[in-house]
Design a binder for this molecule. Structure first.
Ligand SMILES: Cc1cc2nc3c(=O)[nH]c(=O)nc-3n(C[C@H](O)[C@H](O)[C@H](O)COP(=O)(O)O)c2cc1C
Length: 370
């Protein structure tokens, strides 16, 4: 079974087959958002709302999607977002995802809530020569957190991605009904030895906090992490310009504009809408990445025009993994990469430097487009 033979030509085509293959509770966990899912809808629509203003009569015969991120050249700007427990979607779990990432030359970000032990992820990446980053959920036990960071780095993670938007999970109605998203009865091998606190010992319907997420994480922890980490620390989950500036002065290596795939605080802005204010606040000091609702190459072109260095893709990778394993993961990224190339050609922007804000509609008063 091969996604190209099955005429999978657009990322969204994988959503329905994935929904049929997964148990209902797992599908709800993957596809759902927080609250009334206002931001979930908006994440997608905001990219579509932004219109493009193509330049004409430009020689686009030589397209180059490569970008530079933290001193490394990526052949294209599409990375795999950290998402939990790939073993719930495919029997080879994260090992299959890594193989798919490698086949399509995408950076891979390993979640703290992965379903595969870190040494297996590290080994697989080393065998393939695959670059990867480690997404960190700071644990209540900072000693365990320190050891976890050391382990990820020893296994080859070339950057840490500290998730800063999740002192706890959002009000995910679907998961509350199925009790998914709570660690009860679910194995997270990377955090298997994390000492858990008992303070969450309240009835499920009154539970706010999650034993695997530190609700007391602050700027002091970030300073501590930057200090102890031998690799760059990016922060994921930034929406405010003032926070973004403070992250830069604190010494982060990069910022990911994200609302956690609309799974945490409902009614925050779509990331397509928040990206610009963060890019302006950061003013080129560090790379700014963005995720949330990216399903088309035009979405990526728009993100890059507004100043993003690269994008991450979450749910579509899970759809690909569920339906076709590694081949599905690489097919998702290949579709997006090809669509990005088409968009660049049609925008008259054959290289990353040509993707500038003036390609975003509407035109400015001087006839330029801003
Ligand atoms: C099923 C699922 C699990 C996720 N798990 C994590 C996680 O463990 N750590 C994290 O920082 N973000 C997690 N995220 C958020 C993603 O990293 C990313 O921000 C989001 O999926 C991007 O939006 P998209 O799914 O619309 O592409 C998860 C998202 C999904 C859908």
């Amino acid at each position: 079974m091969n996604p190209a033979d099955d005429l999978i030509v657009a990322v969204h085509q994988l959503e329905e087959p994935a929904s049929r293959l997964l148990p209902e509770s797992v599908w709800d966990y993957v596809s759902g958002g927080a609250g009334d899912e206002t931001t979930l809808t908006d994440n997608r629509q905001a990219w579509a709302r932004q219109k493009l203003a193509p330049r004409t009569l430009v020689d686009v015969s030589d397209l180059d999607t490569s970008v530079s991120v933290l001193g490394r050249r990526w052949p294209h700007p599409i990375a795999i977002a950290p998402t939990a427990r790939h073993t719930a979607y495919h029997d080879r779990g994260e090992v299959a995802t890594v193989a798919g990432a490698h086949a399509c030359e995408a950076r891979y970000v390993q979640s703290s809530l992965g379903g595969t032990p870190l040494d297996v992820v590290g080994h697989t990446c080393r065998e393939l020569g695959q670059d990867w980053w480690f997404q960190l959920y700071v644990q209540r036990d900072r000693g365990f957190t320190r050891d976890l960071v050391a382990k990820a780095v020893a296994e080859g993670a070339s950057a840490l991605v500290l998730t800063v938007d999740t002192p706890t999970l959002g009000a995910r109605d679907r998961d509350k009904r199925s009790n998914l998203g709570s660690p009860d009865g679910v194995q997270y091998p990377i955090l298997a030895d994390a000492p858990l606190s008992t303070q969450d010992d309240v009835p499920a319907h009154r539970r706010v906090f999650n034993p695997l997420l530190a609700p007391d994480i602050t700027w002091t922890d970030l300073e501590w992490l930057i200090d102890l980490s031998p690799v760059p620390v990016l922060v994921k989950g930034v929406l405010r310009p003032d926070d973004a500036q403070r992250y830069v002065t604190t010494g982060v290596g990069g910022i990911v504009v994200s609302n956690h795939g609309a799974r945490n605080l409902d009614t925050v802005p779509a990331t397509a809408d928040a990206l610009g204010v963060v890019v302006d606040a950061v003013d080129g000091a560090v790379p700014v990445l963005v995720d949330g609702g990216i399903r088309r190459g035009t979405d990526i072109a728009k993100a890059l025009c507004r100043g993003a260095t690269a994008v991450l893709v979450g749910r579509p990778v899970i759809w690909g993994l569920t339906t076709y394993g590694s081949a599905g993961v690489s097919h998702v990224i290949d579709i997006l990469r090809t669509e990005l190339e088409m968009a660049m050609a049609l925008l008259g922007a054959p290289r990353r430097e040509d993707l500038t804000p003036d390609l975003l509609w509407p035109p400015g008063r001087d006839g330029s487009v801003t």
